[in-house]
Design a protein around this ligand. Structure first.
Ligand code: ACO
Length: 332
């Protein structure tokens, strides 16, 4: 089970940053007609972090990267590339990655933002592995960061209960062993489904047929049911495909790290594929859906807890707006 090219990669360090404020389901009960019971049953979410005025995609992303660099023992000026996966950056121009690069002192590292929503971090990790493996880079930082609570209409109970803010980062470096790092990856999209989740700024952004949707401009519009059906199917297919392509058995995998979108979506994959539940990481109860930040926050918590051992593969899968989906089999 080795990927092409003569060398491999490894995650040298991870980090995360969360805003201090925690919004519980009880807090939401005071804003909209909902209940802790409904939210927990339908999504598994109990609380989410919300950015304060001073917290930004830039500041959270920077803080997560600084921790990851520290743990990796890599200096910022040794990075060849900084990829920031986000759909909620404060500015479209310049990239958030450019501002983070200046803040951490990354010199002339390549910088760009990657807008693949919840699949963004995995797209970035897959790209980083490929760039390093083929010798085009030595050290790449990937940051997944979102402040989605600023894009949400807090009076829209179908959306506001789901999303939370946060950041996670990983520093990936070259490793002489080609069996290390990403040994299988997929990245997909289906633009025909973009209307299921979008963020219209003005009337012309609203697609034909959705004009009657009462959600105000400037806020996320989500057709939750459609996303749910798509996600349940794709999650299962992506994990099964990753197992089939690598010849791994369900029990060979030490951790399944799924985008934390909805606990029911994760549980349906666990049931269908008979995954050992103790190896399927879940933290959606504490963070909600943090989109591109969700997978790197999981990774950081697992590394911090010493739950990722060298030599045993992990499988990462994500889906998101666009729609996009991606998978990665990673040999730590
Ligand atoms: N509290 C109480 N009741 C609610 C709430 C709420 N927060 N939201 C909706 N309801 C009601 C609805 O009005 C409806 O009532 P009705 O039957 O009287 O009409 C009922 O609950 C059922 O509504 P549904 O929308 O059918 O609820 P569903 O079981 O589909 O759950 C949910 C909704 C949680 C949004 C689910 O569809 C979901 O998780 N979808 C995927 C969302 C997702 O993952 N989005 C992000 C992916 S992409 C990315 O991460 C960027």
């Amino acid at each position: 089970m080795t990927a092409p090219f003569g060398r491999g990669t490894r995650i040298a360090g991870t980090g995360r940053a969360l805003p201090a404020e925690v919004v519980t389901n009880a807090d939401l009960e005071k804003i909209v007609d909902t209940s802790d019971e409904w939210i927990v049953q339908r999504t598994g979410i109990r609380a989410r972090h919300r950015a304060a005025e001073a917290d930004t995609v830039f500041s959270l992303g920077r803080d997560a990267l600084l921790k990851a660099l520290d743990r990796a023992g890599v200096r910022a000026d040794q990075l060849d590339m900084i990829i920031v996966a986000t759909v909620s950056g404060e500015m479209l121009c310049p990239s958030t990655a450019a501002r983070i690069s200046e803040a951490v002192g990354a010199g002339e590292a390549a910088v760009f933002d990657l807008a693949a929503a919840c699949s963004g971090f995995l797209y970035g990790l897959n790209l980083a592995d490929t760039m390093i493996r083929c010798g085009r880079a030595e050290r790449v930082a990937i940051i997944g960061v979102e402040v989605l609570t600023r894009l949400v209409d807090w009076n829209d109970r179908t959306v506001s209960i789901i999303f939370g803010d946060g950041a996670g980062a990983a520093v990936v470096v070259a490793d002489p062993d080609p069996r290390k790092g990403c040994v299988h990856q997929t990245m997909h999209g289906d633009g025909r489904m973009w209307r299921t989740l979008y963020h219209p700024k003005c009337d012309r952004d609203v697609p034909a047929g959705d004009e009657a949707n009462p959600i105000r401009l400037g806020h996320l519009r989500m057709h939750g049911r459609e996303i749910y059906k798509f996600a349940v199917t794709r999650f299962q297919e992506a994990i099964q495909d990753a197992l089939d392509r690598t010849g791994l058995k369900v029990g060979d995998v030490q951790q399944y790290i799924c985008h934390q979108s909805n606990q029911r979506i994760i549980e349906s994959a666990v049931e269908k594929l008979k995954l050992p539940p103790e190896r399927v990481y879940v933290n959606i109860d504490r963070y909600g859906n943090t989109s591109a930040a969700s997978i790197p926050i999981c990774l950081d918590e697992l590394y911090e807890a010493g739950r990722i051992e060298a030599g045993k593969p992990i499988i990462l899968v994500a889906f998101g707006a666009g729609v996009t989906w991606a998978s990665c089999v990673w040999n730590p």
